[in-house]
Design a protein around this ligand. Structure first.
Ligand SMILES: Nc1ncnc2c1ncn2[C@@H]1O[C@H](COP(=O)(O)OP(=O)(O)O[C@H]2O[C@H](CO)[C@@H](O)[C@H](O)[C@H]2O)[C@@H](O)[C@H]1O
Length: 548
């Protein structure tokens, strides 16, 4: 059932080694693949790795810009300078660009400063204002989301529109001929500002804006009365106007009138892109559009789906500094050492033969940890080990701790956010389970495949696009597939497929190795996705910009 090693081509780690084979940081030299046409590109994002990593959005905004820069583009990333209540050391390489601007919104003039770091060929620009200095993660603290997030991200959007015009980075401003990539609702006022404020004064006529949807469920909805605070011309209210359906209103007098930042971006953007092809289609359906499907269907012609890549330098089992042993497509032996070391670290029995199943993710509705909660009693009847890493819903966190004490010899629930641990978990486990109810792309299954850890995922969005079901008899008996998908998203469907995966692991060792090798040979490098983004830039500049 196994394909030979030479049948499969391992993914390129291009850009991680220099000509003499020394390790170098991605993007510090030119990519072998250069863009046909280069652009000035401005990413706008609420989070960016490694400065403010929270989830997948920061992974993308920390790695795609580096790859685009290596392909010849001039790239700036604009994000807040979060101080977490202290001076955050992660921004220590960013210096005050000695440029202050005043932004008129929310009943006042707010002065913001810019900090700048040039790294990996990218201009990292951090917007500084006291509202980004409080303790907590970018969006909130232990008591929930910050009450002024609408203000904080409105400020970000204004600052991002000014940055290319006022910051002489490396001696030269970017100017008004650029491509803005506005990520999720936090950045969605950027296209609105270009259309409603700048273009009517003859600025940014050559620029184009692209809204990137990483997660459509977060839309930035606030009461309609806050529109007056945004500093936008009154006649543009319709762009952000949003009326909640009757069932979603709070009381009989609630008219459901709101502003929806993401909607404003989707109406005024020159193009829209989502992080996988499957999700690009799903958001145009009533099940996947979360109220925006009608609008998205009307803009179908400008919607594309581009599957995310991964940072091949950070996620490379041949040289990952976080894991116990290194291994490769050709020599898998180090994976057993990673598993043994991880079992030891967790205090589980060090047994090479027992299937070790992992889960990483936010503990919320999207990622479906409740399915694992429901399935655990059944799973624990088998001779398996399981580890869950995540934080979020307090009840789910308590349950994970309870389950750890109840299934002491088989289950570990690690509550928290720990990036080095994600590397050890992915290298150490045999199976990664992702019961996400919806998943715009999903990065964890891509990391898992690169490390020969086999994904078992709900068949949705980017998971459906990236995980191919194992078929033992395909390819003249050599086998095909990189994991398993299940549908519908229920405990029983998930359990059925997990039993199949566990059975294959136990009884069909050669098939298992074949799945590992095929998974490790997938090409999820950013270069592939970057070329598709360049195509989008070209299409965006062919069309006239959105003006009204
Ligand atoms: N407890 C923990 N400790 C340390 N690290 C943790 C962690 N929990 C999660 N992570 C890390 O956070 C990232 C999560 O990425 P995902 O793509 O799975 O999801 P997310 O839903 O945040 O992103 C959204 O945007 C991305 C990017 O477009 C889409 O892939 C995705 O489908 C969409 O929901 C991964 O790097 C993962 O390792």
């Amino acid at each position: 059932m196994d394909q030979t090693v030479s049948d499969l081509v391992p993914p390129s780690s291009e850009g991680t080694k220099d000509d003499k084979g020394h390790q170098i940081q991605a993007g510090t030299r030119k990519s072998k693949q250069q863009a046909r046409k280069t652009y000035n590109i401005v990413f706008v994002a609420a989070e960016v790795a490694p400065y403010s990593k929270v989830g997948g959005l920061s992974d993308v905004c920390g790695s795609l810009p580096v790859v685009l820069a290596a392909r010849g583009h001039r790239v700036m990333v604009v994000s807040p300078r979060y101080m977490n209540g202290v001076t955050d050391h992660r921004y220590s390489g960013a210096y005050d660009a000695q440029c202050r601007i005043r932004i008129g919104c929310f009943s006042g003039q707010h002065e913001v400063a810019f900090f700048h770091e040039y790294k990996d060929g990218v201009d990292w620009v951090f917007v500084d204002h006291c509202c980004y200095h409080r303790p907590g993660n970018p969006y909130g603290d232990g008591r929930g989301a910050f009450g002024d997030n609408q203000f904080r991200y409105t400020l970000l959007c204004y600052a991002a529109c000014e940055a290319p015009l006022v910051l002489p980075l490396g001696g030269y401003i970017y100017g008004d001929n650029c491509i803005f990539l506005a990520n999720d609702w936090h950045a969605s006022l950027v296209p609105v500002l270009l259309a409603a404020k700048y273009r009517r004064h003859g600025v940014y006529l050559g620029a184009r804006s692209i809204v990137v949807i990483h997660n459509i469920t977060h839309q930035g909805c606030e009461p309609g009365t806050t529109y007056a605070q945004l500093g936008l011309p009154p006649e543009w209210y319709g762009a952000l106007e949003w009326v909640f359906p009757t069932w979603a209103r709070k009381h009989a007098f609630d008219k459901g009138e709101a502003v929806n930042h993401l909607k404003g971006g989707l109406v005024t953007a020159d193009r829209i892109v989502t992080v996988s092809e499957g999700y690009a289609w799903e958001i145009t359906t009533s099940e996947g559009g979360y109220g925006l499907d009608g609008l998205l269907r009307s803009r179908k012609i400008v919607i594309s789906g581009i599957t995310n890549g991964i940072n091949m330098a950070e996620w490379d089992p041949t040289c990952d500094k976080q894991i116990a042993a290194h291994y490769s497509f050709q020599n898998l032996s180090g994976k057993a050492a990673c598993k043994a070391s991880f079992q030891k670290e967790l205090g589980l029995a060090v047994r090479p033969d027992v299937p070790l199943i992992g889960f990483i993710g936010r503990l919320d509705f999207q990622k479906g940890p409740d399915l694992l909660q429901a399935a655990l009693p059944a799973l624990m009847t088998d001779d398996i080990q399981m580890v869950m890493l995540g934080s979020g819903d307090a009840a789910m966190e308590s349950w994970m701790q309870w389950a750890e004490s109840h299934y002491r010899d088989k289950f570990r629930g690690w509550v928290g956010f720990n990036v080095p641990l994600t590397h050890r978990l992915i290298a150490g486990c045999d199976i990664l389970v992702m019961p996400s109810r919806f998943e715009p792309c999903g990065l964890t299954q891509l990391y898992a495949m690169r490390y020969g850890t086999i994904p078992v995922v709900h068949c949705t969005g980017g998971l459906r696009d990236t995980v191919e079901d194992f078929h033992p008899f395909a390819n003249n008996g050599q086998g095909a597939g990189t994991g398993w998908t299940f549908y519908p998203c229920t405990k029983d469907a998930m359990l059925g497929v997990l039993w199949t995966a566990i059975g294959t692991y136990r009884h069909h060792k050669d098939s298992w190795k074949g799945i590992m090798r095929r998974a490790m040979s997938q090409d999820y490098s950013w270069d592939r996705a970057a070329a598709k983004y360049e195509q989008l830039f070209e299409w965006a500049t062919i069309d006239r910009p959105y003006t009204s």
